[in-house]
Design a protein around this ligand. Structure first.
Ligand code: AGP
Length: 357
């Protein structure tokens, strides 16, 4: 590739480290002359005409979409459905009167997502593509494009595109909502960039957690509630793709409905506890798995932490915690992949963009 790795051994680590800079770039790109954050008037108009948003995506972009739903519903009062692109065609939901389709795709080339765009365009529905690649297929074929400004992402495992997607989703939802919400988004995103920086400076500590928790393990569980649940899905996908450890992310409340049967002596359980509203519940899940021999690791946030937590994330606004909580999960996967001698940037059986259905 013509993009240089510089002093880095792997693109993935370089791209993880780029995240604070990407966030600052996004803030700049979406800043108005008045110093607030906004999106193009035509795109805002498309959102204003919609009575429901359908977000279509795959993989990591799907995981970002789940968080995007919360943003649109909380910050803009716009109802959202999120669909896995490969499934949409088999199961087209009953659409609202004025649907708007948002395709979230780092590459803008994912065939599964493109077939949905082709279908809904034939039906005459409006579309927006949120992508990192200007001029990509889905960008050209949709009515509008929202850019991610993450810079080229080379590693197969998506990292900076995910945090960029979350930031642009928050900015878009905030703009649609008229910015009248209780959040100073520009300030909070800038603080989030600093928080990410703090974590990318804690590599040794996070590599140590990977050693403690994942050495010789064949499986791992990620649990969370509310927004943390969605981040746990992303944490599990990262670990699967680059370290080949079988991993599962799920809602803490679902443990007792089946998965707890898998917990044995030493089973790694990574619990995210950044959400103040559900903290007692997720902590009681951790007690349940500890009682069955699990090796649990709680990742919490300043202002909502307890003494035994393994990692305490710097405080950010509760809506933006996913951008911060995902960082240690990306790093855990990176170091475990490295330790196992896997091909970090080009994991087996995977391609950077999946251009077949
Ligand atoms: C993420 O680490 C993956 N390699 C993969 O799930 C990816 O997010 C998915 O293929 C979607 O790609 P896109 O965002 O380019 O459409």
């Amino acid at each position: 590739s013509d993009i240089e790795k510089g002093t880095y051994d792997h693109y993935m680590l370089k791209e993880i480290d780029e995240q604070p800079g990407v966030l600052r770039k996004i803030i700049e790109a979406y800043s108005t002359e008045e110093g607030t954050l906004d999106i193009a008037p035509m795109i805002k108009q498309a959102f204003k005409q919609a009575d429901r948003l359908y977000i279509i995506a795959a993989g990591t972009s799907y995981h970002a979409s789940l968080i995007g739903k919360e943003y649109f519903e909380k910050l803009a009062g716009l109802p959202v459905e999120v669909h896995i692109s490969s499934e949409f065609g088999y199961n087209i939901p009953l659409l609202s009167k004025n649907p708007l389709f948002l395709f979230i795709t780092q590459s803008g080339e994912t065939a599964d997502s493109r077939q949905v765009l082709v279908k809904i365009k034939a039906l005459g529905y409006p579309s927006i593509t949120m992508t990192n690649v200007p001029g990509s297929t889905l960008s050209r074929e949709a009515d509008h494009t929202l850019l991610l400004y993450a810079g080229p992402e080379i590693a197969v495992a998506s990292t900076k595109a995910y945090t960029a997607q979350l930031a642009v989703l928050a900015i878009t939802a905030h703009a649609i909502g008229g910015g009248a919400q209780m959040i100073d988004l520009k300030k909070e995103l800038a603080l989030t960039a600093n928080a990410i920086q703090t974590l990318t400076d804690m590599k040794e500590e996070i590599a140590k957690i990977a050693r403690e928790l994942l050495t010789d393990k064949r499986n791992a569980f990620f649990i969370g509630r509310a927004l943390d649940y969605y981040v746990s899905l992303e944490g599990a996908l990262k670990l699967k793709e680059i370290s080949y450890i079988q991993a599962e992310g799920f809602a803490g409340g679902e443990l007792k409905h089946g998965t707890i049967a898998l917990i044995e002596e030493g089973t790694p359980v990574i619990a995210l506890a950044t959400q103040p509203s559900v903290s007692p519940n997720i902590r009681s899940n951790v007690k349940e798995v500890l009682a069955r021999g699990a090796h649990a690791c709680i990742i919490s946030m300043e202002g909502n932490s307890e003494t035994d937590d393994r990692l305490i994330l710097p405080y950010v606004h509760p809506l933006l915690t996913p951008l911060v909580a995902v960082i240690p999960l990306q790093l855990l996967s990176y170091y475990e992949s490295l330790h196992r001698g896997c091909d970090v940037d080009k994991p087996r059986n995977l391609a950077k963009s999946v251009t077949v259905e």
